[in-house]
Write a new protein. Structure first.
Length: 410
């Protein structure tokens, strides 16, 4: 942390170190204090530093001539391309993270194990997040934030009345990271004792099938992810009774994705879930699953759409038909056009969301009283629409999210 008053910063660090039971130490002539658990407190030049002892020593080294972040490969190129006027910058290099670290796994799901530079800018009625990445060593676009035309195409194929739509270009490679992020969200949300429904239980239940599809095993890669192309996630309907939501995954091999319905059903049955074979018009295979914490039946189905074979995980039977044979799509819908306008020239939308509709649905099922959700409600009420999309700017891939803000009067 940069400081304006080094005396006050030194006093603050000393009090925190004393409270933590730290003892004095030094490195390269710089004094600091470190706890028995290895957390260090020190003033390095004008910077107040709190972190692991190894990290504090790296800060000292950087101020004394050792390589700094500015020397990292790709950093300067990304920083120079960042938009002007940003109020927050974030740089991450997942490839440098220790193997097996969960933050690294999440960042790799977003950026595809590439150096990533994010910038947040603010306007009177919107917030904009621009996330820039450089091409990977193989040139493959595998992260959720990659500038992949297939993601925009996947969004355009979703039902026209969707208030939530997400296009994913490479479902097979993105699924494990996406599932890990959803699992983390479920853990953070928790479960409210005695509640008929809670955010944590709902997210946890819906994540169960995705965990099977995204498992880090040879069998999952062969039986599920080997045939996955692009994917779309959508939710439609303005009330709980009208809600239709699904994950729709395009298939490069109709026989394998059809067989995956039975395989996934068997895996969920072994886990203790109630699985029943059903017939849904327009499908080639279909199952109904009752998942804990999920008030509606989840349907697993495979069938032909107007763009080819698809595998569908749907909340409610009506969502299966909406995923395979939508009456109209987002391709020419006002919501997609509004997203393109919010993002500006050159961006192909792959994300849309309407937060007022989401908030009304959450409150309609009683989740407005969920303790894990209540801290977020003021922010949801202040949010309007979200638009996301990507484009190439030279060799830099830029993914942008624009959040429209609502006035205090709604």
């Amino acid at each position: 942390m940069d400081t304006r008053d080094t005396g006050a910063a030194r006093s603050f660090l000393a009090s925190q170190a004393k409270h933590a039971g730290a003892h004095a130490s030094s490195y390269r002539g710089v004094s600091y204090e470190v706890t028995p658990g290895g957390i260090a407190f020190g003033l390095v030049g004008r910077f107040a530093v709190i972190g692991t002892e190894a990290a504090l020593r790296e800060v000292i080294g950087a101020t004394q001539g050792e390589p700094a972040l500015s020397a990292a490969p790709g950093y300067s190129k990304l920083a120079d391309a960042a938009p002007e006027g940003a109020i927050v910058h974030l740089y991450a290099s997942p490839g440098a993270a220790r193997s097996g670290s969960s933050p690294g796994g999440l960042l790799e799901a977003l950026g595809g194990a590439r150096a990533t530079y994010a910038s947040l800018t603010a306007a009177a009625s919107s917030l904009r997040l621009d996330v820039d990445t450089l091409p990977g060593a193989t040139g493959a676009r595998t992260g959720l934030l990659s500038a992949d035309p297939a993601a925009a195409q996947a969004l355009s194929e979703l039902p026209a009345d969707s208030w939530l739509g997400i296009g994913i270009g490479h479902a097979g490679s993105s699924l494990p990271g996406t599932t890990a992020a959803l699992s983390a969200l479920s853990s953070l949300a928790g479960k409210e004792e005695g509640a008929s429904i809670s955010l944590g239980a709902l997210v946890g239940g819906l994540t169960a099938p995705l965990k099977v599809l995204g498992a880090d095993t040879a069998a999952a890669r062969r039986d599920y992810r080997s045939w996955m192309g692009s994917a779309g996630i959508f939710a439609a309907g303005s009330s709980v009774l009208e809600l239709r939501a699904a994950v729709s995954i395009s298939s490069t091999n109709a026989a394998r994705s059809r067989a995956a319905v039975g395989r996934l059903g068997a895996a969920l049955r072994r886990a203790g879930d109630e699985v029943t074979s059903v017939h849904i018009p327009g499908t080639e295979a279909a199952l109904s699953v009752r998942l804990p914490g999920v008030p509606l039946a989840v349907f697993i189905a495979a069938g032909q759409s107007h763009t080819g074979p698809k595998f569908v995980l749907a909340l409610g039977e009506a969502a299966v038909s909406a995923a395979l044979s939508p009456a109209e799509t987002l391709a020419n819908a006002p919501a997609r056009a509004a997203a393109a306008s919010a993002l500006g020239g050159g961006f192909a939308p792959s994300v849309i969301a309407d937060f007022p509709t989401l908030l009304a649905l959450l409150e309609g099922v009683g989740l407005g009283e969920d303790p894990s959700l209540s801290p977020l409600l003021p922010y949801l009420r202040a949010s309007g629409t979200l638009a996301g999309g990507s484009k190439l700017e030279g060799e830099i891939e830029r993914f942008s999210l624009v959040l429209g803000l609502r006035s205090s009067g709604g």
